[in-house]
Design a protein around this ligand. Structure first.
Ligand SMILES: Nc1ncnc2c1ncn2[C@@H]1O[C@H](COP(=O)(O)OP(=O)(O)OP(=O)(O)O)[C@@H](O)[C@H]1O
Ligand SMILES: [Mg+2]
Length: 466
């Protein structure tokens, strides 16, 4: 006996009976209604989940959602909807629905949605010990690293907590360095899955076949070199959150495979014949205008709508007004502590320089510039000369790349180091782009940077995904 009480509201008797029979067989305790007003009277703290149709005569599933969110905020609501009403269902997710199922759906998908909801909202655990599996985070929490004084950014932040409660897929768009990965980590931290795993994978960093194997895993012997069964990132992130970074860079054939995963809540390992059921919270990021990219035929439209349930667009730093100064000061404090220095002030000339620079590399570029400023500036005050900007560097480089890298007497290793660091500068600290440009793997780049003492996040600020 499951002992979970579910309220089912559906006006179509055929579907209602089918779901009822299935759920009773699964051991759930069911209360069944054909309209919202009757169901509303029965919602109470002893109810564990609400599964409701959207369009019904009289009050709708949205009315029920509003009522439940207001009076019983800890009861998850799953909506069932036909294709014509998807847009509204998406709106409902933003208003706190836990999940929505698009009719017709398989009983498999229904079962997965319920399991996932009960895992994220385990009502029967006394004293709120939400998740038992613990994945300790090695680093400072993303929400503690997040800086914002700008109104647009604060609004995004306040929405994050609400968004985090649902299982809806989030699409984070924004220029490189605007903080997409940081926001993705925060959604995970605010979500009921916070104590479970967060897995990030960069879809741009590897060729198709490798990406497929990384995501789906493979069975022993499925290809040359597959000497043992390997669990993929999807399976690894089961019950947690997976971040598909730079999703736009997935090939069309991988997009088709991903769509299947999102629709069916299950995967097949490469070379496998048994489906593996999965409970995933998916977050995607891109620095392209994905809608435009879709219209141009580079991205599957159906997948775009699947992942764009909750869109978040991060404004570039140059559109965040005074935020740039606020962040610069905070970063100077942070790096001063890191480098065991007294925290210097920014003088007027430095402030003007920061305010007038376009920061095309966004927060990442600002971080790099502030770390340098702390290292080269005086202990008391940072003047504009301590803030090195790319156009100034370009002038230097335009004397000719060779002149910039090679001087008589330099060792090969030193020349290599200069080439790598200059390229990293040119891409505002973006390691993926730097590695691509130099034709080396991300891993090699990371190892080299480590040997140069360019500490992981403090220089590039980028948590590379592989
Ligand atoms: N609001 C913020 N407050 C503090 N640090 C931030 C903020 N936004 C971004 N950062 C920092 O800036 C750096 C770049 O952020 P992040 O990697 O999240 O960007 P991104 O949008 O994913 O970039 P890309 O598209 O290049 O992958 C990181 O070090 C991150 O911690
Ligand atoms: Mg990123």
């Amino acid at each position: 006996m499951n002992s979970k009480k579910i309220l089912l509201i559906e006006d179509d008797p055929t579907l209602r009976n089918a779901i009822e029979a299935f759920l009773i067989k699964q051991g759930y305790e069911l209360r069944v209604y054909d309209n919202v007003s009757k169901a509303m009277k029965e919602v109470g703290p002893d109810c564990h989940l609400i599964l409701s149709d959207v369009m019904m005569p009289g009050l709708t599933g949205y009315d029920l959602l509003g009522y439940v969110r207001k009076h019983f905020p800890t009861i998850p609501v799953i909506l069932m909807t036909g294709y014509g009403t998807i847009e509204k269902a998406v709106e409902a997710m933003k208003n706190g629905a836990y999940d929505f199922l698009i009719k017709p759906f398989s009983l498999n998908v229904l079962e997965m949605a319920l399991k996932s909801a009960f895992l994220d909202f385990p009502h029967d655990l006394p004293g709120e010990t939400k998740n038992t599996e613990k994945y300790p985070t090695a680093q400072i929490k993303a929400s503690d690293r997040f800086l914002a004084s700008n109104i647009k950014m604060k609004e995004i932040l306040s929405n994050l907590r609400r968004i985090a409660q649902s299982k809806a897929t989030v699409l984070i768009q924004g220029e490189s360095g605007t903080g997409k990965e940081l926001i993705a980590q925060m959604i995970h931290e605010f979500s009921p899955r916070a104590n479970r795993i967060f897995v990030a994978i960069n879809c741009a960093a590897m060729p198709d076949t490798l990406l497929e194997s990384e995501l789906f895993g493979h069975e022993k012997g499925s290809f040359t070199g597959a000497v043992a069964r390997q669990i993929g990132k999807f399976e690894l992130s089961n019950n947690g959150t997976i971040l598909l970074d730079e999703i736009s860079e997935m090939s069309l054939s991988m997009q088709t495979k991903l769509l299947r995963v999102l629709q069916e809540c299950e995967i097949y390992r490469v070379g496998g014949t048994q489906p593996v059921p999965l409970n995933l919270r998916v977050i995607c990021t891109t620095n392209r205008d994905l809608h435009q990219y879709t219209k141009q035929g580079n991205f599957r439209e159906d997948l775009y709508y699947r992942i764009n349930v909750i869109p978040i667009t991060l404004p570039p730093l140059r559109e965040r007004g005074d935020d740039v100064l606020f962040m610069a000061r905070e970063m100077i404090n942070e790096f001063s502590i890191l480098h065991a220095r007294k925290s210097p002030e920014l003088d007027e000339s430095a402030k003007q320089k920061i305010l007038s620079h376009p920061w095309v590399g966004n927060v990442r570029e600002l971080r790099n510039a502030m770390e340098r400023a702390v290292l080269v500036g005086s202990f008391d005050v940072i003047e504009n000369g301590a803030i090195l900007l790319p156009n100034e560097k370009t002038n230097r480089i335009s004397q000719g790349p060779a002149a910039d890298y090679v001087e008589p007497g330099l060792s090969l290793a030193e020349i290599e180091k200069r080439v790598i660091l200059t390229t990293l500068d040119r891409f505002h600290g973006n390691r993926t782009k730097t590695a691509n440009e130099l034709g080396i793997s991300l891993r090699t780049l990371r190892n080299k940077l480590k040997t140069y003492g360019v500490a992981g996040d403090s220089m590039s600020g980028k948590l590379d995904a592989i």
